[in-house]
Design a protein around this ligand. Structure first.
Ligand code: DMJ
Length: 637
């Protein structure tokens, strides 16, 4: 082959230039590849990454009411070992990664009632745009909430005429006993676990866990309102001071959106509404703002896990096909409506109204709401329906949204009664022994099991009874009483007189647990919660007696030297404690007991609804709040 010589360039010189060019080009292409590769390591919020990867990162999830086979296939796939699970996603698969968790986390998530399988988080594919919510105007507007006027719109003083004490000495003694339990639980938390999330009462130390994304003091924030209504003012003041000086919201960990919302946002909101302390309002708004990026998904349905620092969000790895959980995204409404109320910023309410809109639009199998929904496609991922874990508080928030809106939110009302009708038609069962219970529904097949979590439904159906169709009102009240009775039976049929985590109505079981793994009791409130509502609605003294039975059982089996602990088996008297004083024991279990032994005007149901963590939020009386004439109407407390 003849090379035509270029002027002034020798053949060997030309070969050298060519190979130099080749090396240069090779280097250049390597550099470009490296740059693109590096994009994958940038945090999700970095702009370049969003520009280059946003389209390709959002992968379709194979879901939908019509694709149950795909879903079954997905569920059948053998699980990868935890340390590698989902680390190298293939095309069309969900990215997931293992969060920095210990075994303790399993207990915590079970405590929240939402974790059923493992703890792998699947990484969000949508951008986590951090949203600066408050512009200067809105910040100015946020000062417009008039606390005095709000108080003037309450029908009764928040704490009642005499802080809720009753005319009956026996009931008052019981009430004092519950207060003593709260003080005992609190003092031990303060002594051994101050600033941590929960107390470990056997080992006498604190527990942080990883449910709250690095936030601390869950027991403090969860206790503020309980301490306040019980008149434990020194303790309340310590709690308030801690919030002021030590509640740091600038944490950078992965939090459960649901848990942070119900415990922290809910706890801060109710502390504000009870006390008027601006500190609580400001903290609630600051934290609410940090939760907003979780809604940045193709549908606006938030993912379950959020990094409070970066705003990046994930779906729980155990939730199939990167789905979001009904009880999690459906349990934001009350708090977010109040965040808008207090800030004058519509963004919070808009986010939850968007969830509502999607749920209204989507087809519901037999009128039921399945537990898993894809935040990408907006379709159901599985047809598993439950009034217990994974579904529970979604239904609760429908009826409470209606009540909290001063009965103006007709859409919530329609959704609630529609859902209840479907539940009655498909889930409500009668056992051979005559006990009414709520079964679980799996694509049309019933699982005759009821979780402790589902026992809240007695109270829920009770508070909704009065606004149902006139011909159904008595029926709903009867149904509420029957469910509450069944849950009470699950307590009385155990040796400790505390109820198991789940009880069954098959293979000869009648409100008893037959599996070892269902026998634990972790200080949960739901059964007592229903006693409290049923007492307020009927004044049947049996509910107070049932509550007292629970107090005695808690004292006998859960009280230890330094606090209260859950137990591993309600059917044995040789106590095996789980060494955990859950924060909801202080915020819910003890509060509901205290209210059960108090007068109805302490946090009257005419003025307040309780969020799912028992934090009282006021009914929003728009017309009164906007009425100039009622300005400064005073309620003497
Ligand atoms: C609480 O955090 C709330 O009641 C939630 O709705 C369910 N789980 C616990 C109590 O059992």
């Amino acid at each position: 082959m003849v090379f035509r010589k270029l002027p002034g360039v020798s053949a060997s010189g030309m070969g050298l230039r060519l190979s130099q060019k080749f090396v240069f080009l090779l280097f250049l292409s390597g550099l470009v590849t490296l740059c693109f590769g590096a994009l994958f390591f940038l945090p999700d919020s970095v702009r370049l990454k969003r520009i280059f990867l946003s389209k390709t990162e959002v992968q379709p999830v194979t879901v939908g009411s019509g694709s149950e086979n795909d879903v079954r296939e997905h569920l059948k796939r053998p699980k990868e070992p935890e340390h590698t699970r989902g680390m190298t996603p293939g095309k069309g698969e969900t990215k997931s990664r293992k969060p920095p968790v210990s075994n303790e986390a399993t207990e915590e998530r079970l405590a929240g009632g939402k974790a059923q399988e493992d703890l792998t988080l699947s990484m969000s594919k949508a951008d986590a745009l951090t949203e600066r919510v408050f512009d200067a105007d809105q910040e100015a507007n946020s000062d417009t909430f008039n606390f005095k006027k709000f108080q003037g719109c309450l029908l009764k003083p928040a704490l009642g005429r005499d802080s809720g004490s009753t005319a009956d000495p026996k009931t008052n003694d019981r009430r004092e006993k519950v207060k003593e339990m709260m003080k005992f639980a609190w003092d031990n938390y303060k002594r051994y676990a101050w600033g941590k999330n929960e107390l470990r009462p056997l080992t006498k130390n604190g527990h942080l866990g990883n449910m709250f994304g690095g936030l601390r003091g869950a027991s403090i924030v969860d206790s503020l309102d309980t301490l306040y209504i019980m008149g434990l003012m020194d303790e309340y003041n310590d709690a308030k001071e801690w919030v002021q000086t030590s509640l740091d919201l600038n944490s950078n960990g992965e939090a459960s959106l649901f848990e942070v919302n119900i415990r922290y946002v809910g706890g801060l909101l109710s502390a504000y509404y009870l006390t008027g302390e601006e500190l609580f309002r400001n903290k609630a708004l600051e934290l609410g703002e940090k939760l907003l990026p979780a809604f940045n998904t193709p549908t606006g349905i938030p993912r379950g896990v959020i990094n409070l620092g970066s705003g990046t969000s994930w779906s729980w790895g155990w939730a199939s096909a990167g789905s979001s959980i009904l009880a999690e995204f459906g349990t934001l409404h009350l708090e977010f409506v109040h965040l808008t109320e207090l800030s004058n910023n519509p963004v919070f309410k808009e986010k939850v109204m968007n969830i509502r809109k999607l749920l209204n639009k989507i087809e519901k199998p037999h009128g039921l709401y399945p537990n898993f929904l894809s935040p990408v496609s907006g379709n159901w991922v599985q047809h598993h329906v439950s009034i217990g874990g994974l579904g529970d508080s979604f239904y609760e928030y429908l009826i409470k949204s209606y009540l909290m809106s001063d009965k103006t939110d007709e859409e919530a009302k329609k959704m609630y009664y529609g859902a209840l009708e479907a539940i009655e038609a498909n889930l409500v069962q009668k056992s051979p022994g005559g006990l009414t219970y709520m079964a679980e529904w799996r694509g049309g097949i019933l699982d005759h099991k009821m979780g402790h979590l589902a026992c809240f439904s007695g109270g829920m159906i009770g508070i909704g009874a009065d606004d149902g169709a006139p011909e159904k009102r008595q029926h709903y009240l009867d149904l509420a009483a029957e469910i509450t009775h069944t849950c009470h039976e699950s307590y009385t049929r155990s040796t400790t007189r505390l109820g198991p985590e789940a009880f069954r109505f098959d293979s000869g079981a009648e409100a008893t647990a037959n599996r070892l793994s269902d026998r634990y009791y972790i200080l949960r409130p739901e059964v007592i919660e229903s006693y409290m509502y049923m007492w307020r609605l009927t004044h049947d003294p049996k509910y107070r007696d049932w509550g007292w039975e629970a107090v005695e059982a808690l004292e006998q089996h859960c009280r230890v030297e330094s606090g209260f602990s859950g137990i591993r088996d309600v059917y044995t008297l040789t106590a095996s404690h789980d060494n955990m004083q859950q924060s909801f024991f202080l915020s819910e279990t003890l509060k509901y007991l205290y209210l059960l032994f108090s007068d109805d005007d302490l946090l009257s149901l005419e003025d307040w609804v309780f969020n799912t963590e028992a934090h009282p939020l006021p009914i929003i009386r728009k017309s009164c709040l906007q009425d100039e004439v009622t300005e400064e109407k005073t309620v003497s407390e």
